[in-house]
Structure formats: C-alpha cells, structure tokens
Design a protein around this ligand. Structure first.
Ligand code: UDP
Ligand code: MG
Length: 201
C-alpha cells in the first residue's frame, strides 16, 4: 500500500496545484476510511430529514431542442442538490392535463399542452435542503421578462409561453408531481459524498 511519505515524495515531481489537490484528496479519503462511515452518517437526524426534501424539475421541449439540458442540470449540481431520478419522455396530453390540472380554465391551457407535448421533456427529481423554494428562485418568475439575469428563465428565455423549465411550487405540489411522473422504484436513495460539506451538521 502507498504510504503517505512515499506519496509526498512522488508528488514532488508534479506542479504545485496538482500537489495541493492530491494532498487534499488523500487526506479526505483517509479521514473517511479512519472513521469508517458511509458519507454523512454522523449527521443529526433532523439535518438529514430536511436534506431529503425533493422537487420535480423538467426541462421543457424548447429547453431540450435548444440543447440546454446540460446547463440546467449543471446549475442544480453546482448549487449542491442531489439528482435522484431522471428520464426523457414524450408526454401525452393525459399526463400533462393532470400535471397542469389547476390551470385547466386558463385561456392558454390548450396551447400549453400543445407546447409541452411538442417534443421530449427531461424530467428530474432533485433532493436537498429547502430544494423546492431554492429551485423556484433558481428558475425565476413564470414570465421570463420578469425573471432576473442569473435565473434559468432570466438567462435562457424571453417569452412566457417558452420558458424552458418547470419547477414544483410547493412541497405538497412536488410530492404529487413526483408521484405522477415517477414510480418509487425509479428514484434512487444514495449517499452523496459531499453532503457533510453542503448541509449543516
Ligand atoms: N403559461 C403561459 N402563459 C401564461 C402563464 C403561464 O403559457 O400567461 C405557461 C408557462 O409555460 C408556465 C406554465 O404555463 O410555466 C405553468 O404556469 P404556472 O402559473 O404554473 O407557472 P410556473 O409554475 O411554471 O412558473
Ligand atoms: Mg406552476
């Protein structure tokens, strides 16, 4: 097995940046091994419970066609949320009518369903502390004209009828939407190794 001293000697042949990164990695891994736990197991129950909040995010057909899927996923990863489910679907009017049931009487309802079924969606479930509220802020106002720069809609869209992304608007709504789009078996419970650094212990 490679001993720390041998490792440091080997590292001297590399640039200072590689030396710093490798040393950080070595000490992180050895700390985790010494303490013999899976990621984050020593966190308080309450912190973990809060961190289990989930929301439904969907890249709409305009976002998929414009190849924005990667950038949208990147924002949620970068923020510190955890992806627990993902699929690409061609949605039927049936599922969309249920998803947007509260808007049934709105004048734009029919065109909304036509737009949402015009091409594939990428539907995801993201998990993390306060994820419902935080993701609504990250997505920005429904009308992109009102969404500030820095939000997804504010950066990637201009019109309310083509606003790139969906995000659940409440914890209750999120639960309903997740059940509508995903079977429980398709959502993964997994330990993300950086969670001890992204939520309070
Ligand atoms: N929408 C529209 N015209 C409107 C308002 C809404 O086409 O005047 C569409 C838009 O795609 C929006 C979706 O209907 O994202 C759902 O509306 P909601 O009010 O739930 O907004 P959201 O929760 O998506 O911000
Ligand atoms: Mg909504």
């Amino acid at each position: 097995m490679l001993q720390p001293r041998m490792f440091q000697t080997l590292l001297q042949h590399f640039s200072p940046e590689i030396q710093r990164t490798s040393t950080r990695l070595l000490f992180g891994v050895s700390h985790a091994l010494r303490h013999g736990h899976r990621c984050g197991l020593h966190q308080s129950k309450a912190a973990l419970q809060n961190a289990r909040e989930r929301t439904l995010i969907a890249v709409k057909p305009d976002g998929v066609q414009r190849r924005l899927v990667g950038q949208i996923i990147h924002r949620f990863e970068q923020r510190g949320f955890k992806l627990v489910g993902l699929k690409m679907v061609q949605a039927s009017h049936g599922i969309l009518s249920e998803h947007y049931g509260e808007l049934r009487t709105k004048p734009f309802f029919h065109s909304l369903l036509t737009y949402m079924s015009s091409g594939p969606l990428v539907v995801m479930v993201w998990e993390g502390h306060n994820v419902v509220q935080a993701s609504r802020k990250m997505v920005g106002q429904t009308n992109p004209a009102e969404a500030p720069a820095g939000t997804i809609r504010g950066d990637f869209s201009v019109h309310v009828s083509r606003n790139v992304v969906h995000a659940s608007d409440s914890q209750e709504g999120a639960q309903k939407e997740i059940q509508l789009w995903f079977q429980a078996k398709d959502l993964l419970d997994w330990d993300c190794c950086d969670q001890i650094y992204t939520i309070e212990v």
